[in-house]
Write a new protein. Structure first.
Length: 442
C-alpha cells in the first residue's frame, strides 16, 4: 500500500462523532457491473478474436500478462470510463478487473501503463488489417439468421489532435489539426462493422473503395443473397465509387452537392413550392425526382430533390440513388435521412467511450487504440441490445448504462470454492441487473 492510500481524510463531524475516510480496502471495487461485462466478453468472443489477430513476440517463460488478459483489461476499462492507458496503473489491483481479465481477485496485479503502451506501439500494419477483418467477422457472426438487407452507413468524424501525431492534418472546415476516422455501421441494427483511422481531410474515392471492397467481399461470402445498401453524405458521392457499387450489384443513396444544372432541372418544383407557400402561408415541403448526369459520370442516374420553404428562406437538397422505382418522398425521408441515426452511434463510440484518445505519436498505435474502443463498442452494444432487451436501459446511451449498471460499489469475498460479490442492498437498478444476468426467478 502506498503512502497516498494511508492518508486519513477528515470530514465535518456528525452528532459528536468524527468522520474520516481512508483508501485501504483491497477487496472492494467501484465497478461491480464488470461481472456483467465479463459475461459479454465471453459470449461474444471479441477478446479472443482480437488476440488471435496479434503476434506475441515475447518469450513464454517471461510473460506475466497474456494478450487476452491485457485486451480484456483495456477494453473493460474503456467500457467503465477509464479510457486512458494511465488508468491501468491505478486499477491493476482492482479485484473485479482481475476477474474480468481471467485472474482470481487475490492474484497478482494486471498490466501497468508501460506494459500496455508497449503493446499499443508494437502492433504492425498486418496485424491491424487482421483486427479489422476480425471486427467484420464479429459483425457477421452476430446474426442468428441471414439478414435480408444490410445498410452500410459510412461517415468520417473529427478527431482533434494536440501533438505531433503521424498523418494528422489541418482541416479548414474543422479549423484544427485532426484525424478523420471512418466509422462504418449497419444502419438497421446499430452494430459496428469497422473503424479506420485516416488523415483529417475529405475522403478520396480510393479511400472509400478500399474500405468497401474488403467489407463487401466478406459480407458477400457470408451472405450471398443479402441486399447491400450504401448510405453516406455528398463527400462520398464519387463517380468511381458509384461505378464500383453498380458493378457489384449494390444499392446506394448518397447526398449530392447542389449546382446550377440541378437547380435549373428542378426549377419547376421550386416555383410550385413558392406559389404554395405564398397561397397558404405555411411551411412547404415538396419532393421530385429525375435523371441527371454530371460530366464526370459514366451514365445518368436518378436524383431525388427535396424543396423546403419556411419563414427562414428556401432550401434545396439532392440525393443520387440506384433505387429507380422507390417514391421520392419515402426515399429521401426514410431511406436517406435514416442515416441520421448513425450520429447517435458515433456519439456512443466517440463521446460515450472517448474513442478520440488517439494521442500516440505512431499512426499504427492510434489505429490500434481506435480498434480497442471499437471492441468496447461491440461489448456495450451487445449488453444494451441483447442482455438489456425489454428493460428501461434497452435504448440508453452507453454512458447512462455505465452510470446505472456498471458503477456499483462492490465488496469481493474470495474463498477456496467460490467468489461472492457483495452488492449494495440500496441499488436502484436491480431489475435491469437481474435481466442482464439472465436470472430465472420463475
Amino acid at each position: 500500500m502506498n503512502k497516498e492510500n494511508q492518508i486519513l481524510f477528515p470530514f465535518t463531524p456528525l452528532k459528536g462523532r468524527k468522520i474520516t475516510a481512508v483508501f485501504d480496502e483491497p477487496m472492494v471495487s467501484s465497478d461491480g457491473g464488470l461481472v456483467l461485462l465479463r459475461e459479454v466478453l465471453i459470449e461474444t468472443g471479441i477478446i479472443r478474436s482480437l488476440a488471435e489477430a496479434l503476434h506475441d513476440p515475447r518469450h513464454p517463460s517471461y510473460v506475466d500478462h497474456t494478450l487476452e488478459e491485457m485486451l480484456s483489461q483495456r477494453v473493460a476499462q474503456i467500457c467503465c470510463g477509464y479510457e486512458d492507458a494511465n488508468d491501468c496503473d491505478h486499477l491493476r489491483d482492482d479485484p473485479l478487473f482481475k476477474l474480468t481479465a481471467g485472474r482470481l481477485p487475490e492474484a497478482d496485479a494486471l498490466a501497468s501503463q508501460p506494459t500496455m503502451s508497449r503493446l499499443e506501439n508494437r502492433v504492425s500494419v498486418k496485424e491491424l488489417l487482421r483486427i479489422a477483418y476480425a471486427l467484420v467477422d464479429q459483425f457477421i457472426a452476430s446474426f442468428n439468421q441471414v439478414p435480408e438487407a444490410i445498410v452500410l452507413d459510412l461517415d468520417p468524424t473529427s478527431d482533434p489532435v494536440h501533438g505531433n501525431q503521424q498523418l494528422a492534418l489541418f482541416n479548414a472546415f474543422e479549423d484544427e489539426y485532426c484525424f478523420m476516422p471512418f466509422h462504418l455501421y449497419d444502419g438497421l441494427s446499430g452494430k459496428l462493422i469497422t473503424t479506420v483511422l485516416r488523415p483529417g481531410k475529405t475522403p478520396t474515392d480510393q479511400e472509400i473503395i478500399s474500405v468497401l471492397k474488403r467489407v463487401v467481399k466478406r459480407l458477400r461470402t457470408a451472405f450471398p443473397k443479402t441486399r447491400l445498401i450504401f448510405r453516406a453524405d455528398s463527400h462520398h458521392t464519387k463517380p468511381a465509387v458509384m461505378d464500383w457499387m453498380e458493378s457489384r450489384a449494390m444499392d446506394f443513396a448518397t447526398g449530392l452537392a447542389i449546382n446550377g444544372r440541378l437547380k435549373e432541372q428542378f426549377a419547376g418544383v421550386l416555383e410550385e413550392a413558392r406559389l404554395k407557400y405564398k397561397r397558404t402561408g405555411h411551411d412547404v415541403r415538396m419532393f421530385a425526382s429525375g435523371f441527371y448526369q454530371a460530366k464526370s459520370w459514366s451514365r445518368a442516374r436518378r436524383v431525388v430533390c427535396r424543396v423546403l420553404i419556411t419563414a427562414n428562406g428556401e432550401d434545396m437538397r439532392f440525393v443520387v440513388t440506384s433505387f429507380e422505382k422507390t417514391g421520392a418522398k419515402y426515399l429521401y425521408e426514410t431511406v436517406y435521412c435514416g442515416r441520421g441515426s448513425m450520429e447517435l452511434m458515433i456519439k456512443d463510440h466517440k463521446n460515450g467511450l472517448c474513442s478520440d484518445r488517439t494521442s500516440c505519436h505512431k499512426f499504427t498505435a492510434n489505429q490500434f487504440r481506435l480498434f480497442l474502443h471499437s471492441a468496447a463498442y461491440v461489448v456495450m452494444h451487445y449488453l444494451r441490445t441483447v442482455r438489456l432487451k425489454g428493460t428501461q436501459l434497452a435504448h440508453a446511451q452507453f454512458d447512462t448504462i455505465r452510470l446505472r449498471l456498471l458503477k456499483i460499489g462492490t465488496r469481493v469475498e474470495s474463498g477456496k470454492t467460490r467468489i461472492l460479490l457483495h452488492l449494495p442492498k440500496a441499488f436502484a437498478n436491480i431489475p435491469e441487473f437481474q435481466s442482464a444476468v439472465r436470472l430465472n426467478t420463475g
